[in-house]
Design a protein around this ligand. Sequence first.
Ligand code: NAD
Ligand code: DAU
Length: 341
Amino acid sequence: MKLLVTGGAGFIASNYIRYVLSAHPDYHIINLDKLTYAGNLENLKDIEASDRYTFIKGDICDGELLRETEFDAIINFAAESHVDRSILDAQPFLQTNVMGTCNLLEVARQRGCVFLHVSTDEVYGSTREGAFHEASPLLPNSPYSASKASSDLLVRSYVETHKLKAMITRCSNNYGPYQFPEKLIPLVILNAINRKPIPVYGDGMNVRDWIYVMDHCKAVDAVFHKGASGDIYNIGSRNERPNIEIVKLILRKVAEKLGLDEDALMKLITFVGDRKGHDRRYAIDPSKTERELGWRPEMDFGEGITKTIEWYIANEQWWQRILSGDYMEYYNAQYGERLRT
Ligand code: NAD
Ligand code: DAU
């Protein structure tokens, strides 16, 4: 199986590639990534020498490149993924998330290959009570989630119109190793370590439903192998928390791990103006995925947060090179001009 993984240098897909290489010895991974600010080949340093791994620097919007590349199936992780950036400039989100997905769908249709589209619970919008299920209406509120909902609808249209074999996964908020420090959990960990202010939007009572990244990766793998074409699979671990609770939990754990004064770290919490259109609450019902695919989330939240904090403490060089911008040089040093840019 030659599996095209798009966006493989990002947070979730780099974890996914590592998982697949160990779980499926007969798989070859082709990682197609544009290396935007969020793409970091240092996420894959430990596996890049594998003869079952190939990296291609390229854009999912580049049809010619896709047609030249050999593969049997596609898992599409590539996206502009950060809500705050989509509020500042929606264009790259439409380009990659909508046009890029459409381009991949077209190539999948021509090849007759399976297409798994990695989407998000944010397409369902915000809910005051209950949990999103697969038939919940699409009510996206940010340009990011609107672009993801659009791509989900395109996938649906290719299944209906062209009989493409395709599945969609919709997962809740991920956390774990290799997450880019613009997202809440790594941002809080690093700002605590560096004693910098920790911005909490609004009243801090917005609720997110957190899942450990490897649980998400295993669910994607289960959908890829056992999912029904045309179906949507919600992924989550029934773990809703208000942001402020997460921030305080992280600060307590960082203080304990590094022997720092907990009260001093708590003083870093800084309430700031709210995100525009800030969704109040997400809650995802993963029952269908559990029932039909036999998948279950395994990681307890307290343990997952501890492991994540330990990972960031142990991998200071990784995040220092992101904070300084040096991580972007790794590609040139490793791959130079040998690959298409
Ligand atoms: P990320 O921002 O860490 O990584 C995105 C990757 O895509 C980067 O490596 C980037 O270089 C690459 N990329 C961007 N534009 C590209 C293009 N045009 N062509 C090729 N590569 C391109 O994202 P993430 O948090 O790992 O999310 C991965 C996927 O999972 C996204 O589709 C996102 O919508 C979805 N998702 C994320 C979460 C979460 O909590 N992070 C939850 C549910 C779903
Ligand atoms: O729900 C899945 C989604 O989760 C994914 O589709 C997105 O790609 C991913 O980025 C994430 O979106 P969120 O907007 O929920 O994640 P973020 O880490 O940006 O924010 C989490 C919560 O924390 C949200 O309520 C906003 C708040 N926040 C965030 C940042 C960066 C703060 O209060 N302060 C901050 O500095």
